[in-house]
Write a protein that binds this ligand. Structure first.
Ligand SMILES: C[S@@+](CC[C@H](N)C(=O)[O-])C[C@H]1O[C@@H](n2cnc3c(N)ncnc32)[C@H](O)[C@@H]1O
Length: 653
């Protein structure tokens, strides 16, 4: 039956990443659930290899006969993966494979011992990786910073710089990304240098390193205590006392100690006070705090949304698996009483929680999750925020910009750049619209707004927000933008402008391709991670092809707007235009002014050198963005590097 199989090598499978990268014949859904699994599950996989890859069917049949139930293999793989439901089952299967010997013909031997050693080696490596490797461990030993300084460096890494220096630093990132975009567009691979492609990107080979005007960076109106949303970890401090705050380093580096947030510059006083009360509460509690390593204990996470309307949402997350229903019910009652009692405190100690929510979460992932329901204990489960004269309701899981005054600055600038012509019937596409803020604040100046957002609760909020603000010309879709972008075809107004405000890693390249093939002639792209947006920018502007049809866009202006003082994050907003809007661009004395600014910047910081870094950056930008294929194809990047992200942990929205 397995005449052609040469041998079968059983080995524990712990190379989680490469497995997840490849799609097996068990389909994308299983693939997704696999990547959600805990590390333990990687121990239940056995890799079989060294057979003729066309013989998989025969190998599979034989393995089924041996009692292996779940297995997968992609056509590209020269190995198969058997998945067992427990470690015992995996061991049992390994034994069977060893004993099978394939009648001396098909598989000569199964090297169980070697496989186990291999597994142990991998686990040791994984352990070292988890602790940041030897170098990181050594650095940790030599670190003389106080715990408060370490936390500040982690949560607000720029806090030591004066604010105008922080702004310059953040701006230079945006400048660098835009310069790289120009460099990449100018350098078409030889194989793609058709006459048309060269003509379409000719502008990028023009003088100067910068592709468009870069406006002066815009500061945040509030520099301290601006975060309206905070997610606190509940754990133990360095002395082992139950604490509500932030992890003192990255969990993936093995750090589990939590420090209270009292010195964190971006956390508002009200959130600090809530965290401190919660800390008092859990220190009195009969239940232990959750231990991330052992995965036991009860108190896990505290989330606050503290808006400038004065409304306060508190969400408490517990692991309830080890409690009885009665214990959980009692605890909820106690929590309600506790938070209500705080309203009676003197004004300077008072906290008025307008809505208290509760999440039971027994899974392995840390932080608030959308995999478990959130129960409303008091109030109506939402908070409101006021922004640019409009009122917005925000549910617990919906995205809302965490710095309200700075968001007003961002949205005002975005509306200005949309250049709405009152004499034309205009459709505004609000792509990745969240709770509808951008579209609603602009709805009165356009004929129609179309909003697309993948979180259904956010779309519910958006619809209610439109109603609260008497806006009737909006249509919302609770979909992934890549699945619904075809609605552009139905937008028959004279003018269509798109605002694209995606998550950190950008949008799927199919969204950009559809925009390229549509009537849209200007796009305002708002990115909170400019490096990762580079892949999308590139696809918007590269020479046309079968896959990416339509006239390429060109960046016409860019600006960094700081929504996150003291952190190293910043919004980069870029206007891309084509068609009639290019006229303005050509008249604009774009480059001169900006080139001068870049030169000044470069003198101060030696960061802007696109030629040296460009390929790496395309890889980094693409590795997590959906444009990976485009970039690989167009810049001939064959290997996509994994980007290691060492940033803020639980405080990030
Ligand atoms: C940076 S937020 C912007 C939200 C909104 N524009 C605002 O300013 O409040 C990005 C939004 O994109 C949504 N999102 C992420 N991936 C998406 C996708 N593939 N399709 C549609 N929406 C997506 C997120 O849920 C989030 O609400």
């Amino acid at each position: 039956m397995l005449q052609y199989a040469k041998s079968l090598l059983g080995s524990w499978w712990s190379g989680k990443r490469s497995h997840d990268d490849e799609e097996g014949d068990d389909g994308p859904d299983q693939k997704r659930s696999r990547s959600d699994n805990s590390e333990d599950e990687t121990r239940h996989r056995i890799r079989v290899s060294n057979f003729n890859k066309h013989d998989w069917k025969k190998v599979k049949k034989y393995l089924l006969e041996l009692g292996c139930k779940t297995m997968s293999k992609s056509p590209k793989w020269d190995y198969g993966i058997i998945t067992a439901s427990s470690e015992e089952e995996a061991l049992d299967m390994m034994k069977k494979l060893e004993n099978a010997k394939f009648k001396g013909k098909l598989l000569k031997s199964v090297h169980i011992r070697e496989a186990k050693e291999d597994y142990e080696k991998r686990m040791e490596k994984a352990h070292n990786r988890k602790n940041g490797g030897r170098k990181a461990q050594k650095q940790a030993e030599e670190d003389t910073r106080t715990p408060a300084e370490k936390l500040a460096d982690q949560v607000t890494p720029l806090y030591k710089l004066p604010y105008d220096e922080q702004l310059k630093k953040k701006n230079s990132k945006g400048v660098s990304v835009m310069a790289k975009l120009k460099w990449q567009l100018a350098n078409i691979p030889k194989s793609d240098r058709t006459e048309r492609a060269m003509k379409e990107t000719e502008w990028a080979r023009g003088k100067g390193r910068f592709p468009c005007r870069m406006e002066d960076p815009i500061p945040s109106p509030d520099i301290n205590g601006y975060r309206t949303k905070c997610e606190f970890t509940i754990g133990k401090d360095l002395e082992g006392k139950p604490t509500v705050g932030f992890l003192l380093g990255l969990y993936k580096l093995g750090i589990t100690a939590v420090l209270d947030p009292k010195d964190c510059l971006n956390v508002p006083d009200i959130a600090k006070r809530i965290a401190s009360y919660m800390q008092d509460y859990i220190r009195e509690s009969e239940f232990p705090v959750y231990d991330r390593v052992e995965q036991n204990g009860v108190w896990r996470t505290l989330m606050t949304k503290t808006q400038r309307t004065g409304e306060v949402m508190v969400v408490i997350q517990m692991k309830t698996a080890d409690l009885t229903e009665e214990q959980v019910a009692n605890e909820k009652k106690k929590l309600i009483e506790f938070w209500n009692s705080l309203q009676e405190k003197p004004e300077d100690e008072r906290v008025t929680v307008t809505t208290l929510l509760f999440q039971a979460w027994d899974g392995a992932s840390n932080g608030m999750t959308d995999k478990a329901p959130i129960e409303v204990l008091t109030g109506d489960g939402i908070v409101h925020e006021e922004l640019l004269g409009c009122k917005f309701r925000i549910s617990s899981s919906a995205f809302f910009q965490v710095n309200t005054p700075a968001a007003e600055v961002l949205y005002t600038k975005c509306a200005e750049w949309c250049r709405i012509n009152k004499d034309k019937k205009t459709t505004l596409l609000d792509l990745c619209c969240g709770t509808g803020t951008i579209g609603i604040t602009m709805a009165k100046s356009v004929d129609r707004v179309i909003g697309i957002e993948m979180v259904p609760e956010a779309i519910e909020d958006a619809k209610l927000n439109a109603a609260i603000n008497n806006i009737t010309n909006v249509t919302y879709y609770a979909n992934k933008v890549e699945d619904k972008i075809d609605v552009i075809g139905g937008a028959n107004n004279e003018d269509i402008v798109a605002v694209l405000d995606p998550p950190r890693n950008g949008v799927h390249s199919s969204v950009i391709q559809t925009l390229r093939g549509s009537k849209v002639n200007r796009i305002i792209y708002i990115s909170c991670d400019s490096k990762q947006a580079l892949g999308n920018f590139f696809t918007l502007c590269k020479a046309s092809s079968k896959k990416v049809p339509g006239e390429p866009f060109r960046p016409s202006r860019a600006v960094t707007i700081d929504l996150f003082p003291h952190s190293d994050h910043c919004e980069l907003m870029v206007e891309f235009v084509r068609g009639e809007y290019l006229k303005d661009l050509e008249q604009d004395e774009v480059a001169k002014d900006t080139e001068k600014k870049i030169e000044d910047l470069q003198k101060e910081q030696d960061e802007i050198n696109p030629e040296e870094e460009a390929v790496t950056d395309v890889e980094a930008g693409a590795s997590t963005s959906a444009d990976v294929e485009d970039v690989k194809e167009d810049i001939s990047v064959t290997e996509v590097k994994e980007e290691v992200e060492v940033k803020e942990d639980s405080i990030l929205a």
